[in-house]
Design a protein. Structure first.
Length: 100
């Protein structure tokens, strides 16, 4: 399993259009390339990114391939119309739990 952390701030003038885009375009685009967005947070106070979202993929190779795909990159370009300070970080999750 691999996790992609997404961070951004919503441009204030596009709140409604942003929400429509996220639910009707961005999330379905990521799902089509193999990234399932499982969690998202909206920060209302303090420092740091306004939005933090977690995307998961079956494995690291799948996540890297998805992030290099034409559809993923096109979704990022569309996202940038509504957000600023965008970044993403892919991490491996090779944690195995032991049964006791």
């Amino acid at each position: 399993m691999s996790t992609i952390f997404f961070y951004w701030d919503i441009k204030p003038e596009n709140d409604k259009e942003y929400m429509d885009f996220i639910f009707n375009d961005y999330l379905p685009s990521l799902a089509r390339v193999g990234i399932s967005v499982t969690d998202g947070w909206l920060k209302v106070a303090g420092e740091g990114s306004q939005i933090i979202a977690l995307g998961e993929s079956d494995d690291y190779a799948t996540a890297r391939t998805a992030m290099q795909s034409r559809e993923f990159r096109a979704a990022e370009v569309r996202l940038l119309q509504f957000v600023e300070n965008y970044s993403k970080h892919l991490v491996r999750r090779d944690i195995k739990s032991e049964e006791h």
